[in-house]
Design a protein around this ligand. Structure first.
Ligand code: UN1
Length: 499
C-alpha cells in the first residue's frame, strides 16, 4: 500500500479535509508509484489561511535579521540533504540527478542570499524641506502570500518565492505543481527543522482548480506569486486585478540562441545542446529557437544533428543519461501535436517521435527533435512547446536576427554567440528580453540577480536578486516633526518657489 502524505498547516502535518488523495508516479517508469498526496479542497485552504493569519502576527514582529538567521539554517540543512532531495525530485519529475542537484543548489544560494538580506531591507532617509522634521521610508510586511509553483524547478522556484516572502516578514501558503508534491514537502520539512514558527509556512497539496484557484480568490491573501503557463497566468491576472491584489507572474518563453558567423562554433554547439535539450526542453529559459547566420547555417546544422543524435535518453537517476522523460502524458501529447504542425511548416531533420526501446517504454520519453527551414512568424517559430524541440531559422545580418528574436509575444531570455563586441552590446540594447547572454546559452540565471521577462512572459516583476524584496514588502514613509509647533505642510509655507 502506497504511503499517504499530508499537508502542513499551522505547524502540524495533517490529513486533507477532503479525505482524498492523488497518485504521484515516476514519469520515467510509470509502474513506480512514489506515493499518494492530498487532493485538498476549499476547507483545507481555509484552515491554512486561518493558520497563516496567526503565524503572521508573531512573524511580522520578529526582527528581520532573526528571520534571516532561520534561512541561514535552512541553507545549511539543504546542503546536508542535497542529494536526497535531488533524487526525490528526479524520481517525480524526470530530469537528471546532475540537474536536480543544480536545482537544489539554486535553493541553497537563494537561502544564503535571503539570510543576509534580512540585515538590509533598505529604506531611505532623506532631508525634509522643513526644519526639525525627519523623513524616511522603510519596508513593512504585507500579510499572507499565496505561492503557486510549477514542476520544472520543483525546489528552486518555491525557494525564489518563499524565502524573500519570509525574510520580509510575511507568512506563506504554497501549492506546488501536482507533478512534484514530494520535493516541496521535503523543503517544508527542512523549514520545520530549521525552526520556522507555527503557521508561518503552510503547504496545501492538490490541483490548480481545487486549491490554487481558492488561494488566488481568497480575500485574506493579498499577495499572489505564480509561475506557470501564460494561459493560466491570464486567469490569475484577471482575478487579482479585480481584487486589487499584488501579483507576480512568471510565464512562458520562446527563447532564441543567435549564432553569428564569427562565433566560436564549438562553444555555440555546446550551448545549444544544453539549452535546447537540458531538462528535456522544459525550462522557461530553454532554447527553442536557433538563429543561424547564412554562411555557417548548413555546417552548423550538420554538426548539431550529429551531436544531438548521440544524446542518451533514460531515467535521470541512471549513470550516463543526458535527457530524461517529459513530465506527463499530457506534455508528451502536446509535443506530439506540434510534430504534425512542424511537418507541415518546416523540415524535420532529427527526431519527431516518441523514444522507445530498452528502459524507455514505461515513461514519457520523446526524441530530441530539430526542424530546419522554420519561417519567422510560423507556429513553430512563435509558440511555446515545452519539450525537446528546436526550431532553426536563418538570417543574413545582426539586424535581421534581432528583429526575428523580437517577433514573438514572449521575452524571457536570449543568447548571442559572437566575437564582435559591438554586436554584443547592441544585443543587450536591442533584444526584448529580461535576460541576454553573450557566449553562453539561454539558461544559467544566478540567484542574486533579478530573473524575469518582458511582454507576455511576465507582468513587470522580477524574482531573484534584490528586486523581489520590494515585491514582498510594502513601502511606508514616516515623518517625525520635532519642532513643537504646527509647521503646516511645506507647500503652504512658501511665498514663492524656493528655486
Ligand atoms: C525556469 O526555467 O523556470 O536560468 C527557471 C536557468 C535557471 C532557472 C530557470 N537558473 O535556467
Amino acid at each position: 500500500m502506497a504511503e499517504k502524505h499530508k499537508n502542513f498547516i499551522g505547524g502540524e502535518w495533517v490529513e486533507p479535509a477532503t479525505g482524498e488523495y492523488f497518485e504521484n508516479r515516476n514519469p520515467a517508469r510509470q509502474s513506480d508509484l512514489i506515493g499518494l498526496w492530498p487532493r485538498s479542497g476549499r476547507e483545507d485552504v481555509e484552515h491554512a489561511v486561518a493558520a497563516a493569519k496567526k503565524g503572521f502576527e508573531t512573524w511580522r514582529l520578529t526582527p528581520a535579521p532573526e528571520r534571516g538567521a532561520i534561512l541561514k539554517q535552512v541553507g545549511d540543512l539543504l546542503v546536508e540533504r542535497k542529494d536526497e532531495i535531488a533524487r526525490a525530485a528526479t524520481r517525480e519529475m524526470g530530469k537528471t540527478v546532475a540537474e536536480t542537484r543544480g536545482d537544489v543548489q539554486e535553493g541553497i544560494d537563494t537561502a544564503y542570499y535571503a539570510a543576509t538580506e534580512g540585515r538590509r531591507l533598505f529604506g531611505h532617509t532623506v532631508p525634509s524641506e522643513l526644519r526639525s522634521k525627519w523623513a524616511m521610508s522603510f519596508r513593512r510586511p504585507i500579510g499572507i502570500c499565496g505561492l503557486i509553483t510549477p514542476f520544472n524547478f520543483p525546489l528552486a522556484i518555491p525557494t525564489w518565492k518563499m524565502f524573500p516572502a519570509l525574510v520580509c516578514g510575511n507568512s506563506v501558503i504554497i501549492k506546488p505543481g501536482e507533478d512534484v508534491p514530494h520535493t516541496v514537502e521535503l523543503l517544508v520539512e527542512v523549514l520545520e527543522e530549521a525552526g520556522i514558527p507555527k503557521g508561518v509556512v503552510n503547504l496545501v497539496q492538490g490541483f490548480g482548480e481545487e486549491v490554487g484557484d481558492v488561494i488566488v480568490r481568497h480575500p485574506d491573501v493579498p499577495v499572489i506569486s505564480f509561475t506557470g503557463s501564460t494561459e493560466t497566468g491570464k486567469i490569475v491576472g484577471r482575478v487579482c486585478g479585480e481584487m486589487h491584489k499584488r501579483l507576480s507572474l512568471e510565464m512562458g518563453g520562446k527563447n532564441a540562441q543567435i549564432v553569428m558567423a564569427d562565433a566560436d562554433m564549438d562553444l555555440a554547439l555546446d550551448g545549444v545542446l544544453w539549452g535546447a535539450f537540458g531538462t528535456t526542453g522544459q525550462r522557461c529559459t530553454a532554447t527553442s529557437r536557433l538563429l543561424l547566420q547564412d554562411e555557417i547555417h548548413d555546417q552548423f546544422v550538420e554538426s548539431l544533428t550529429a551531436r544531438a543524435r548521440q544524446l542518451k535518453l533514460g531515467y535521470g537517476a541512471d549513470e550516463g543519461v543526458d535527457v530524461g522523460p517529459l513530465v506527463s502524458a499530457a506534455s508528451r501529447e502536446k509535443v506530439e501535436r506540434y510534430m504534425e504542425i512542424g511537418r507541415q511548416e518546416a523540415e524535420l531533420v532529427l527526431g519527431g517521435e516518441r523514444a522507445t526501446g530498452e528502459g524507455l517504454d514505461d515513461g514519457f520519453f520523446f526524441q530530441p527533435t530539430i526542424f530546419t527551414g522554420v519561417k519567422p512568424g510560423s507556429r513553430l517559430a512563435t509558440e511555446e512547446i515545452f519539450g525537446p524541440v528546436l526550431s532553426v531559422i536563418r538570417f543574413s545580418d545582426a539586424d535581421e536576427a534581432f528583429r526575428i528574436n523580437n517577433e514573438v509575444k514572449y521575452g524571457l531570455s536570449s543568447s548571442v554567440y559572437t566575437r564582435d563586441v559591438n554586436v554584443s552590446f547592441r544585443a543587450f540594447q536591442e533584444l526584448d528580453n529580461g535576460i541576454t547572454y553573450v557566449n553562453a546559452p539561454t539558461i544559467g540565471a544566478e540567484a542574486h540577480l533579478p530573473f524575469g521577462g518582458v511582454k507576455q512572459t511576465g507582468n513587470g516583476h522580477r524574482e531573484g536578486g534584490w528586486e523581489v524584496y520590494e515585491f514582498y514588502s510594502e513601502t511606508k514613509v514616516g515623518y517625525l516633526d520635532y519642532s513643537g509647533k504646527l509647521q503646516r505642510a511645506q507647500i503652504d509655507n512658501y511665498e514663492a518657489s524656493p528655486y
